[in-house]
Design a protein around this ligand. Structure first.
Ligand code: PGA
Length: 235
C-alpha cells in the first residue's frame, strides 16, 4: 500500500511521459562463461529502452542472443578506434562494428583518465562512428565539457560519483542535464554515477533526465533487472 502510494506520487512528479533509456556499462569485466550466465538470467520484457554495453569480446555473443531471442535490447560498444580500417594493430574501428552494434560509447571518464583521451581524440572517434552510420552515447563530466556535434545521447557522469557509492543529488543532476540540453542537439541526456535499484527512481523522475548509465549495478543480472523494473513502473 505504502509502496503503491510512493509509485503513484513518483508518477505525478513526472512533468511529461518519457520513454526512459537505461544503459548498462560492463566496463572491463566478465569471461565468456560469466557473460553467458548473465544472459541466461536476464529474461525481461521492459518498457524502457535498454542499451547493453559489454566488452568487445562479448559483442558477438550478445548480438546472437538478442537476434535469436528477439530481445528488445540494443547493443553498444564501450569504445572505438579513432582510425579508419587499416594498419592499426589491435584497434577495433567503427566500420568493423557495423551490423554488430547500434551504439558506441565515447568519452567515458575512465578512458579520458587512464588512456589520455583528449577532446580532439574524442571528436575524431565521434566522426568515425557517424561515418559508419552508428549512434553515439557521449559521456561528460559536467555541463562545461566539450560535446562534439551529432551525438544522439549524452551521459552526465560526475567523476567523483563513478563506482564510489556516492551519487549526485537528483536536483543537481537535473540542473546539469538541463544545461547540457541547452548547449547540445542531443535529444536525450542520462545521469550516471552510483545508480542502484534503490536510487534510480529519484533520478528518472527528474524532468530533464531521460534515463541512466549504470556501471556496477549492471554486472549482476538480478540487480540490473530490479533497477529496470523500478523504472518500468514509472515510465
Ligand atoms: P557506476 O559506473 O554505476 O559503477 O558508478 C557508472 C559508469 O561509469 O558508467
Amino acid at each position: 500500500m505504502v509502496y503503491n502510494n510512493r509509485i503513484s506520487k513518483l508518477k505525478t512528479q513526472m512533468s511529461n511521459m518519457k520513454k526512459l533509456v537505461i544503459a548498462g556499462n560492463w566496463k572491463s569485466n566478465k569471461t565468456i562463461d560469466e557473460a553467458q550466465n548473465w544472459l541466461r538470467q536476464f529474461n525481461l520484457q521492459p518498457n524502457t529502452k535498454i542499451i547493453l554495453c559489454p566488452a568487445f569480446i562479448h559483442l558477438q555473443l550478445f548480438r546472437w542472443f538478442i537476434d535469436t531471442n528477439k530481445c528488445p535490447f540494443e547493443l553498444g560498444a564501450q569504445d572505438v578506434s579513432r582510425f579508419p580500417s587499416g594498419a592499426y594493430t589491435g584497434e577495433v574501428n567503427a566500420h568493423m562494428l557495423k551490423g554488430l552494434v547500434e551504439w558506441v560509447m565515447v568519452g567515458h571518464s575512465e578512458r579520458r583518465a587512464h588512456l589520455q583521451e583528449t577532446d580532439a581524440i574524442l571528436a575524431q572517434k565521434v566522426a568515425r562512428v557517424k561515418e559508419a552510420g552508428l549512434k553515439v552515447l557521449f559521456c561528460v563530466e559536467d555541463e562545461k565539457s566539450v560535446i562534439p556535434s551529432g551525438v544522439e545521447i549524452v551521459a552526465y557522469e560526475p567523476v567523483w560519483a563513478i563506482g564510489t557509492g556516492k551519487s549526485d543529488t537528483p536536483e543537481n543532476a537535473n540542473m546539469v542535464t538541463s544545461a547540457i540540453k541547452a548547449k547540445t542537439q542531443a535529444s536525450l541526456v542520462l545521469y550516471g554515477g552510483s545508480v542502484k535499484p534503490e536510487n534510480v527512481a529519484s533520478f528518472v523522475t527528474q524532468p530533464a533526465i531521460d534515463g541512466v548509465l549504470v556501471g556496477g549495478a549492471s554486472l549482476d543480472p538480478e540487480q540490473f533487472k530490479e533497477l529496470i523494473s523500478s523504472c518500468s513502473q514509472i515510465s
